[in-house]
Design a protein around this ligand. Structure first.
Ligand code: ZN
Length: 463
């Protein structure tokens, strides 16, 4: 790591420490019995849980099933080799022979739920864009700011100049905050590079981050995030750029397993349905799963395209029609809703979550963490917005942020619910009732986050 990158990392770490928001990988304040000399013991007993929201059962969840949390009251959970070995009433689990020799972690009457699966983020970016935030408050629209050289392209300029080490240090600090808010799996998109060396730099940074810190990263290639400046005039067009993505970049992404998914920003001012179709078709041929930024600022037909292409997810959907909704409800496409975006942009119109759920669509929630339209990494805040602005119940919002999000990322077999055999990815909230998680908007009551049976973040509960 260069000295500049090290200095950047240290300053970010100092900044976080000053804010005192959490202790990352620090000493657990939870009462633990003495560790065995052989290192991390294979068995761990998490007990004294007021509620365990198991969310056990089949996925994806549609309609009324979305609100079924399958709660164990006064429960305990036994973890063996990073996976859940048993979950049930406290007395029964504590009396298991294995539990008696396990290391004990006291949840202090907290509410335990599966770690959040944030299925839509733009994790790796160079800097915040608070200046645009102020411009928007003064009346400029997101599209006007983009036309004036701001928006995604200003992040692109910054990212191309920034070293991989510096980008990584920034993303690492963000991942620590994701963990502090109870998130254990994060989908992360490229898309602020828009030339091959820069897109590759982002994807390799995500790969390194996935190996070096505990939050699981699901990488997505989003070369079609915006049309880069080199393809705006001078005889070159968005069609030429789409052609390069298909012919040159996607085979490299697929061949080197740099990403699991390919995403396209199918939107007015970005990529047309025809260009998006071409890119998605090429991506599938390279072995990638598909995701689509669809119907956010205008209705383009992107949701129909996602259905036609059997995409894993269509994201945003603020501008869908009633017939789009019916088609999505009949499909296997997850509707990933991103209320943080509407909130930050000050928009009155949110995606029609209630109607989508009632029609039987698969609904998930995510932060859309990015510097332009949704600078939050707090899933609890997203739950608050989903409940207050989109009329989802607290139970539906929690299931959308765990089980259904894991399903959309192909992770349901190992994450998204607390069931025997799955990874012990979970979060403990210092609340008396799970409904208090969205109820206290803008307040983080997550006191412990566990990934594969290991405590990755913890802090003292409130007195
Ligand atoms: Zn996005």
């Amino acid at each position: 790591m260069s000295s500049r990158a090290r200095a950047a990392r240290e300053s970010i770490t100092r900044d976080i420490a000053r804010r005192g928001a959490f202790q990352y990988r620090g000493r657990s304040p939870f009462q633990m019995t003495e560790r065995k000399k052989s290192g991390s013991p294979p068995e761990l007993l998490l007990t004294n849980c007021r509620e365990i929201l198991t969310l056990r059962g089949p996925a994806p969840r549609r309609g009324p099933a979305l609100g079924e949390l399958e709660i164990i009251r006064d429960g305990a959970l036994l973890v063996r080799d990073g996976r859940i070995a048993a979950a049930g009433p406290r007395r029964r689990i504590e009396n298991l022979r294995e539990s008696r020799r396990a290391e004990t972690l006291d949840a202090r009457r907290g509410v335990v739920l599966p770690g959040f699966v944030d299925s839509h983020t733009h994790l790796v970016f160079p800097a915040p864009r608070a200046n645009e935030y102020e411009q928007r408050i003064s009346g400029a629209s997101y599209e006007e700011i983009a036309r004036a050289g701001g928006g995604i392209l200003s992040s692109v300029r910054g990212l191309r100049k920034m070293s991989a080490a510096e980008l990584k240090a920034r993303a690492l600090a963000h991942l620590a905050q994701f963990a502090a808010h109870g998130t254990t799996t994060v989908e992360a998109k490229s898309g602020y590079g828009l030339d091959w060396p820069s897109e590759r730099k982002i994807l390799l940074t995500m790969r390194e981050l996935g190996r070096e810190q505990p939050v699981e990263i699901v990488p997505t290639f989003l070369g079609a995030h915006a049309v880069p400046p080199e393809f705006r005039g001078g005889g070159k067009s968005a069609d030429d750029y789409a052609e390069i993505i298909c012919r040159e970049w996607l085979p490299r992404v697929g061949g080197n397993q740099l990403a699991e998914f390919c995403d396209v920003f199918c939107e007015r001012g970005a990529f047309t349905v025809a260009q998006s179709r071409k890119i998605l078709t090429a991506a599938r041929a390279c072995g990638l799963g598909l995701r689509v930024h669809a119907e956010q600022l205008s209705r383009t037909g992107a949701a129909r395209l996602a259905i036609e292409q059997h995409a894993a997810s269509a994201d945003h959907l603020e501008k869908i029609s009633a017939s789009d909704m019916r088609a999505l409800a009949r499909s296997g496409v997850t509707c990933t809703l991103l209320p943080g975006c509407c909130f930050h942009l000050g928009l009155a119109h949110y995606a029609p979550a209630r109607a989508l759920i009632d029609a039987g669509a698969i609904v998930a929630l995510a932060t859309d963490f990015n510097p332009g339209t949704s600078p939050t990494l707090s899933m609890p805040m997203i739950l608050s917005l989903a409940c207050a602005q989109m009329r989802m119940t607290p139970a539906e919002a929690i299931a959308a942020a765990t089980v259904n999000a894991a399903y959309s990322l192909g992770r349901y077999g190992r994450a998204g619910s607390l069931e025997v055999g799955k990874f012990a990815d979970l979060a403990v909230f210092d609340v008396a009732d799970y409904r208090e998680i969205p109820y206290y908007f803008g307040v983080n009551h997550c006191v412990l986050t566990m990934k594969r049976g290991r405590v990755i973040c913890s802090r003292e509960p409130r007195c």
